[in-house]
Design a binder for this molecule. Sequence first.
Ligand SMILES: *Cc1c(COP(=O)(O)O)cnc(C)c1O
Length: 399
Amino acid sequence: MTLAHGRPYLAIPGPSVVPDRIQRAMHRSAPNIYGGELAEMITALWPDLRALAGTGQNVASYIGNGHALWEAVDTNLFSRGDKVLLLVSGLFGLGWANALKTLGVEVEIMDFGRNAAPDLARVTDRLLADDGQIKAVLTTHVDTATSARTDIAGLRAAMDRAGHGALLGVDGIASIGCDEFRMDDWGVDVVFAASQKGLMLPPGLGFVWFSQKARAVGRSAGLRTPYWDWTARADGTEFWQRWHGTPPTHHLYGLREALDMILHEEGLPQVWARHETLSRAVWAAIDAWGQGHPRIGLNMAEPAARARGVTTARFGAPDAQRLRLWCEKKAGVTLGIGLGMATPEDPHSTGFLRVAHMGHVNAHMSLGALAVMEAGLQALGIAHGSGALEAATAVVAGA
Ligand SMILES: *Cc1c(COP(=O)(O)O)cnc(C)c1O
């Protein structure tokens, strides 16, 4: 029988759960864009957006998804033939590399594989050997496919040890609003986020934060075009400057609500701590399932290198896919597919799945998802270790 009737839970790493109050804030007639409430609201968004990334510097907004932000950043910083060093820990890093290459930027990829965060000592060595060719060091904070997390403060220190003047650019799409992020403290020059992940909104709105240094370097960017140019989007006083045209009206009402929830009600440090605890509960369960059953396990062995908004796990092919489909059809929980984990034996990554704990997620949602997974393992006869739910509940109880 199916037990899926009831409120479904989309536990994939974007789009994430959209809170009812955000949906209500967006459910309205088209507002006037030339004055009144919306115009005032827009001005008040900018200081909060800066706080979200931990910066007192610049923030520009775009109507677009994550792929649009890659293009925004690339065109604002680079010229054809410029060289960048891109640290890759999964499919999303490779996606950014492709976006850069298509625009004519020379990309040197340092690939750390599918289950390791960037090795910072190697980055220092590479920069020490550079003769001033590398204009930027780029990386994902969290690679959403592998759930690898880069130590961004450590990366800045690694660049400083090499005495290298490159810009530091970070894809924060899967981490902003989930994992601790401090742009100015960590010396980040560019970071970007999309609305459908930690910000709990539908896809379609993006943000690029950039330092004064990035702003200066970008002035001579040959790839820059009027639409993507971040200058007026960051400095503009009129809505049409901020979005180079009509603003994303309904998304902005949702964004106001999301920023209130994150910054002014729960508080950013508590938001990070909630994600931390829920991710530990998920890790504890998966570790327990893997006891004596090495087919099952966390993709990222090293806890410090794990994302706090998504966890990639292996269950062996095709059992991750079987389990995922069971959870959705029988119990109303949709888990994330394995992404970019293909091998010759498993060409469709059916041995991996991803559990999201990203955005509007609390203890009962994460524990519920884990309990459903436990039921699925039993129902499908997938051999697994015991004690997963006890381990996960102990994390919650101890928090
Ligand atoms: C989701 C995601 C993207 C791509 O975003 P789209 O909205 O699908 O274009 C890029 N980078 C990271 C780290 C992501 O998590």
